[in-house]
Design a protein around this ligand. Sequence first.
Ligand code: NDP
Ligand code: ZN
Length: 347
Amino acid sequence: MLGFDRIGWIEKDIPEVGPTDALCRPLAISPCTSDVHTVWEHAIGDRHDLILGHEASAEVVEVGSLVKDFKPGDKVIIPAITPDWEAVESQAGFSQHSYGMLNGWKFSNVKDGTFAEYFHVNQADGNLAHLPEEISVVDAVMLSDMVPTGFHGANNAEVAYGETVVVIGIGPVGLMAVAGSVLRGAGRVYAVGSRKKCQEVAKFYGATDIINYRDGDIVEQIFEAQKGKHVDKVILAGGGLETFEQAVKLVRPGGIVSNINYLGSGDYLPIPRVEWGLGMGHIRIIGGLMPGGRKNMDYLAQLLVNKRLDVSPLLTHRFGNFKDLEEGLLLMKDKPSDLIKPVIELG
Ligand code: NDP
Ligand code: ZN
């Protein structure tokens, strides 16, 4: 990111490694919709000569003197979020916010990201995970952000056996929220999106009903399919601020609205007073950044190793050269109808 609305290639020094850190070389990378929010929606303010990217699988090139479990040559999964694990927020279970709101999100936010020949990882023992040999370097990139974010949405929604869940937005993040909800035992799963390709893949991951928001008000469409009954949970993974209003209207008393969407613009969320039970409806609204961490990565990787989750349907556009990254990023911005996620294998 050269500045607002501008991307390009720059030269920087290879980062230096502190005693607990690692230097990594990416093996595969993928641009994220969050990179698009950052550059073209100006969501986190201006950044100059910031290296973008927070999704990668990588090879360790160098480690600091205090790193215990990783060495040069190891293949690793890179979590998009790399917290400071000693922070009290981390000890309280909110590593994403170590030392302050969203401060676990370092790559392509407060420091250079993964779209570089070499990148720096803080606290390597806590923030890297060994890549199991059963997982390809390309599939592994989906473990950086798409799988943990979608699953975080399902976790925060506390999806339980037999529940009815609506997932609004079925780009790669929403699709993983569908998959996570199904793995947690959801009964009926409504997937809301308009592109055919995403709808097909949502069915692959277990969506029972497809709702196209371009066909009319989704609240009406879902209440019709539900014969007027509310749903248990709504996960927000796309669309704008209006989705909060829709979600609150859809969930039952005691239900949960779980947002994983990165809200790039606007000042306030519209929460409808009456449907929110006049403030007394026990409808919880939670928004969460995906947690990073080695343990989380290790466990999610087991879903791929044991074939409980197949991420390959997400990878619609595959490239083989670093320079193709620019095309990948622009694809993510323009979202052609057949795109879910581009990935660039670097070898
Ligand atoms: P995509 O842009 O690929 O997907 C967005 C989805 O929302 C599409 O299915 C789109 O439908 C749908 N949509 C658009 N407008 C509406 C609407 N008005 N009503 C209902 N659905 C709508 O995004 P990603 O899946 O890549 O990412 C989703 C969000 O998650 C982004 O904001 C991203 O920045 C964020 N994110 C959050 C993270 C976290 O930790 N919380 C981490 C990573 C990403 P269609 O295109 O079919 O018309
Ligand atoms: Zn991302």
